[in-house]
Write a protein that binds this ligand. Structure first.
Ligand code: ADP
Length: 195
């Protein structure tokens, strides 16, 4: 089983690259953002609660997203592995994920961190907002999301750096070019796992 965290700020391109990775490795894609948006679309109590935070550019409470991930892990015991996209986003989520995966016997192999400078992120997200229909792709909310990332999410990188699993890559360039950098980082991690 291959468990990978695709890490990076909002607008780094995690969703785009996840799509390509699931084809390459046959992994299961777990995006907490997508899961939350499905809950909102289905008008569930969880979705209604989460929407309040998302529309403000704030993180949804840890207990909500950890519960969603736990359900998905339990529902897919025979998966070839998972790509975690947009999760973990706080150190508390990272600790919870590590515990869940140890229980399943397959810890995180690598955290691939996509690095993109802030002005580029803002430009990409404003541009996406023109067509995405996402209520959080407006300039004011985008800036709040990036602030949340700096305050609460960036420390998650240090958590995995401490486990020697942190693998930063340059997120600027053609989609294919960035994809190849990610593949290289994952292949290095795989050889460490099997070594
Ligand atoms: P992006 O990375 O572009 O901001 P996402 O779809 O990953 O987009 O997340 C959208 C919003 O969903 C976040 O701003 C946050 O409110 C909420 N969210 C997603 N994942 C998490 C998480 N792991 N913990 C807390 N909130 C989350």
């Amino acid at each position: 089983m291959l468990n990978i965290i695709l890490f990076g700020p909002p607008g780094a391109g995690k969703g785009t690259q996840s799509e390509k990775l699931i084809h390459q490795y046959g992994l299961h894609h777990l995006s907490t953002g997508d899961l939350l948006r499905s809950e909102i679309a289905a008008n569930t109590p969880l979705g209604l609660e989460a929407k309040k935070f998302m529309d403000e550019g704030q993180l949804v409470p840890d207990s909500v997203v950890i519960g969603m991930i736990e359900n998905k892990l339990d529902a897919n015991p025979n998966a070839a592995g998972f790509i975690f996209d947009g999760f973990p986003r706080t150190v508390a989520q990272a600790i919870a994920l590590d515990e869940l995966l140890i229980k399943h016997g397959h810890p995180i192999a690598a955290m691939v961190a996509m690095e993109v400078p802030h002005p580029e992120l803002v430009a990409r997200l404003i541009n996406r907002g023109l067509t995405s229909g996402r209520s959080d792709d407006t300039e004011e909310v985008i800036n709040k999301r990036i602030q949340e990332y700096e305050n609460k999410t960036r420390p998650v990188a240090h958590h995995y750096e401490g486990q020697h699993k942190y693998s930063p890559i340059n997120g600027i360039g053609e989609i294919e070019e960035v994809f190849n950098r990610i593949i290289e980082a994952i292949n290095n991690a795989k050889s460490n796992v099997t070594a």
